[in-house]
Design a protein around this ligand. Sequence first.
Ligand code: MLT
Ligand code: MN
Ligand code: ZN
Length: 297
Amino acid sequence: MKVILLGTAAGGGYPQWNCACAMCARVGENCPPRSQDCVAVSADGGNWLLLNASPDIRSQIIGTPALAAGPGPRQTPIKAALLTDAELDHTLGLLMLREAAAGLRVFAPGAALRALRSGLPIQGITGAYGGWDWRIAGSGFETEGLRVRVLPVGDKRPKYARELDIEGPWVVAYRIEDPATGGVLVYAPCLATWPDGFDEFVTGASYALIDGTFYSPDEMAGATASGVSQGAQRRMGHIPMAGDDGSLGRLRRHPGVRWAYTHLNNTNPALDTTSAAYAEVRAAGADIPVDGTELTL
Ligand code: MLT
Ligand code: MN
Ligand code: ZN
């Protein structure tokens, strides 16, 4: 299975266009720029799935030779998109893909699919350009030669969906297995907590790409002087790396898995490879890969 990390930042990317925080100002050699979270996966190197559809999808595709259009004049190797949730940074890319011929398959949790019909009507809008195949991810499915398992991981809904009468689960994680190689990718960019069942879900995985939005439980307040309390940061639905309940303490229990963080927020000090935060992540056995990282599992 081929895996390409197209983007590794949280919503807004790194740097964020309207942010002059210390981290955004520091973008450069030790703090590489990052586009918004999106991954491409393929069993055969010719047919690809997207994991989430970021607002940066056009430049991510154009910059990735494996995803180049062809071989026919209006063909694309991108066959399906798997959405973990209905957040803007994970779904707006679908609007950029509206030129896709009919038949693109989109898998998402049921609540996210409903939100994409009402609060953010991407299903109706793209339907006017060509019919796509929208499917509830359920507990699992097979697509493009890959076996996918789905784990509900939370009920954090997008801001635009606050008033919608839709029951969760709103957020899922995917476990994608290539039956030919036995390679397993776990993709969980939005984890409010270390969820029930996640330890079992990652057991035996070759590579687990998890929520790296925040390093510390209270970094929003300090970084942007925004007065965001620790409770308010916690309600954003992202387990921090550090701290008593952080993900670093949990992932250490699975030394056989290659751990990596994605969906980094522009406030995260671990964006800087010279920081103590980055060193702690590396010491725990985890990585913070850059955009464009390619893996074979
Ligand atoms: C999130 O990951 O919490 C959301 O994408 C936040 C947002 O950008 O609206
Ligand atoms: Mn996000
Ligand atoms: Zn910033």
